[in-house]
Structure formats: structure tokens, C-alpha cells
Design a protein around this ligand. Structure first.
Ligand code: ADP
Ligand code: ADP
Length: 208
């Protein structure tokens, strides 16, 4: 199964992908996670994109496309994948079409107030990328990752000003992909507002 998870930041794509990858036995490929891993390791790519991620702008298409092209050539992606956060522009979608066919594009639908609530309460474990929410999915011990025991942090781009910018960037650059994939007959809309387990169930049913 070759899937794209599309939707605004904070809609729950990463949370559902972490569960769906077990159901479908395919890797979860998140471009945001790949960039953050490069930033943590201070690679050349990481140094180049650090301030872009902090502001909530998009990394240039050619950089992002090259990174995904390389990742999709790895062995585990042969049997399928969940692409989470890619493509985010029409140019990226055109490039993806040259790299691979797709079975479905899942569009996570959530209203703006809920998006802002989810983003502003998101907390992450820096080393593993595991995601929590202070109200909706709290860790067992306040502020501490359940498995590593490390302190949880708030991403720079989950602070108020960057959130506003990211929602504008989503509307301008990424939302047009909904029509792009609908026209190709690939789009499946999923209501992202219920609990993660309910969203996962609806997703599995929709994908058959
Ligand atoms: P969220 O989970 O909130 O949607 P991501 O983790 O997917 O955020 O992405 C974080 C940041 O990484 C983006 O704001 C952007 O700067 C960069 N990024 C991720 N994916 C892409 C992409 N496909 N194209 C350009 N930039 C990207
Ligand atoms: P995305 O990858 O689309 O940016 P995340 O999966 O990181 O979104 O989720 C954003 C925030 O919302 C996280 O704090 C996460 O714990 C929380 N969250 C995700 N899915 C749900 C849900 N179905 N109900 C409530 N909170 C959720």
C-alpha cells in the first residue's frame, strides 16, 4: 500500500501514521521527522534547514524532493509506505509522480480551532520524535517521555507566531493538493476530529 497523508499541521497525521504503519506493515516516512533528525545530528542538510523549520516556512522543493527520492529507494519502502507531510506543493506532487505510483491519498479534515488546540498542546520527545498532547494524550508522568524518561519539549514551530505562519503556508501551498489528487481519483477524506483510535478505524475501513 502506497499512501500519502495530507492535511493541515496538527491534524493528527503523524499520530495515525504511527498506528497505521503497524496495521499495514509499511514504513512511516515523515519529512518533518527526517529534517528534525538532520537538525539534531547537525548534518549539512540540518544546518541548512534549521531556521526554516523554526519559522514554519517550507524547505525549498529541490532539497525536499531529493531527500524523499533517496528515502523511497531504501529497501523497506519497496512494499509500500506512508508519506506523512510530503508532498506539500504541486511541484513536489509532480516529482513524486515520477518516483512512484500511489494507491490512495488520505486527506485529514479538521477545523481551524481544533488544529490550533492540537498544535499548541503538542509536546514531543526530542530523541525519538514520540508525540503527546498535554490534554488529549498526556504522558504517564507530566513532562516526561513514557519510554526514554527524557523531558518533553515544545517544538519551536508550535509556538504562536509560527503556528499562524504554518497555517497560512498550508492554505497557500498545500491545500491546492486536495483538488489535485481529487481530480486524479486518489483522494479519501477522513474526519480527523474523533479520538485517534476512531480515526484509525475509519481509515482502515476506507482503505479496505
Ligand atoms: P506538522 O507535523 O506539524 O505538519 P511537519 O513535522 O510535517 O509538521 O513539518 C515540520 C516542518 O518541516 C514544516 O513546517 C517545514 O518547514 C518542513 N517540512 C516538512 N515537510 C516538508 C515538505 N514536504 N516540504 C517543505 N518543507 C517541509
Ligand atoms: P500532524 O502530524 O498532522 O502535525 P500530530 O499527529 O503531531 O499531527 O498531532 C498533533 C497533536 O494533536 C499532538 O499533540 C497529538 O498528540 C494530538 N492528536 C493527534 N491526533 C489526535 C486526536 N485524534 N484527538 C486528539 N488529539 C490528537
Amino acid at each position: 500500500m502506497r499512501l500519502v497523508f495530507l492535511g493541515p499541521p496538527g491534524a493528527g497525521k503523524g499520530t495515525i501514521a504511527a498506528k497505521a504503519k503497524e496495521v499495514f506493515s509499511i514504513p512511516h516516512i515523515s519529512t518533518g521527522d527526517l529534517f528534525r533528525e538532520n537538525i539534531r545530528k547537525e548534518t549539512e542538510l540540518g544546518l541548512r534547514v534549521k531556521s526554516i523549520l523554526a519559522s514554519g516556512d517550507l524547505v525549498p522543493d529541490e532539497v525536499t524532493i531529493a531527500m524523499v527520492d533517496q528515502r523511497l529507494r531504501e529497501d523497506d519502502a519497496i512494499k509500500g509506505f506512508i508519506l506523512d507531510g510530503f508532498p506539500r506543493t504541486i511541484a513536489q506532487a509532480d516529482a513524486l509522480a515520477d518516483m512512484s505510483g500511489l494507491d490512495r491519498v488520505v486527506n485529514f479534515v479538521l477545523d481551524k480551532e481544533a488544529i490550533v488546540r492540537r498544535l499548541s498542546g503538542r509536546r514531543v520527545c526530542k530523541s525519538t520524535g514520540r508525540t503527546y498532547h498535554i490534554l488529549y494524550n498526556p504522558p504517564k508522568v507530566d513532562g516526561i517521555d513514557d519510554e526514554t524518561g527524557e523531558p518533553l519539549i515544545q517544538r519551536d514551530d508550535d509556538k504562536e507566531e509560527a503556528i499562524r505562519n504554518r497555517l497560512d503556508v498550508y492554505e497557500a501551498s498545500t491545500a491546492p493538493l486536495i483538488a489535485y489528487y481529487r481530480e486524479k481519483g486518489l483522494l479519501v477524506d477522513i474526519d480527523a476530529s474523533p479520538s485517534p483510535d476512531e480515526v484509525l478505524k475509519a481509515l482502515v475501513e476506507a482503505l479496505g
